[in-house]
Design a protein around this ligand. Sequence first.
Ligand SMILES: NC(=O)c1ccc[n+]([C@@H]2O[C@H](COP(=O)([O-])OP(=O)(O)OC[C@H]3O[C@@H](n4cnc5c(N)ncnc54)[C@H](OP(=O)(O)O)[C@@H]3O)[C@@H](O)[C@H]2O)c1
Length: 212
Amino acid sequence: MDIAIIGAGKVGRALATSALKAGHSVTVSSANGDTSAALARDLGATAAESNRAAVNGADLVVLAVPYTAIVDVLDDIGPALAGKIVVDATNPLKPDYSGLATEGTSGAEEIQARIPTARVVKAFNTAFAARQADPQIAGVHVDGFVASDDEEAKAIVLELVKGMGFHPIDAGQLTMARALEALAWLNISLQMRHGWSWQAGWKLVGPDGDAA
Ligand SMILES: NC(=O)c1ccc[n+]([C@@H]2O[C@H](COP(=O)([O-])OP(=O)(O)OC[C@H]3O[C@@H](n4cnc5c(N)ncnc54)[C@H](OP(=O)(O)O)[C@@H]3O)[C@@H](O)[C@H]2O)c1
């Protein structure tokens, strides 16, 4: 697949790494262009001159920017996302990391509401960048939860997630992004509370949960 990643920070770089390893083509863009150029040079991806240029011709677009940048990004590229699969890897964190900024909804649902003709899929947000780049820990495939109201788009992203090395789990409809964003927040708060190394990934164990 031709994958566009908007954002070339920790997540953009990590997902580009595992997507390229899985055999996909990756085009990246960033706010000032320097980080996307460096990422492209380091990993063998393509750097786009703008977010709009990145999404042109892409089969699938990954949003890997801070939650606070989402409105600007969607104002810019929203029309170009019509009909496209848009993977929301973001977490709607409060700027001071005191919790989630959303109440009674999710960042993913807010994004879908802003771009109603796009096919929004929540994925990758529960994994830290270290695990997005390498979703295995001692041979165990970290869970990759995927939620969307578009079943066909969700199936495509489940395959992508699996190909990148996660154990894919269909988490249900897009409203389940509320739970997935809370799951991400729980892991973030655990790292901060205990001084852990931001490496831990979620793994459901037991019958059916660890089937693959
Ligand atoms: N870090 C993690 O482990 C992790 C895990 C799961 C989910 N997330 C979520 O993923 C998102 C990205 O996190 P991150 O850690 O990768 O952040 P980051 O390292 O700060 O990188 C953010 C990237 O977004 C780019 N950006 C900002 N505004 C932009 C715009 N208007 N157009 C294009 N690119 C823009 C930045 O560009 P410049 O490089 O030019 O500044 C930068 O490359 C956040 O929503 C975060 O909550 C993070």
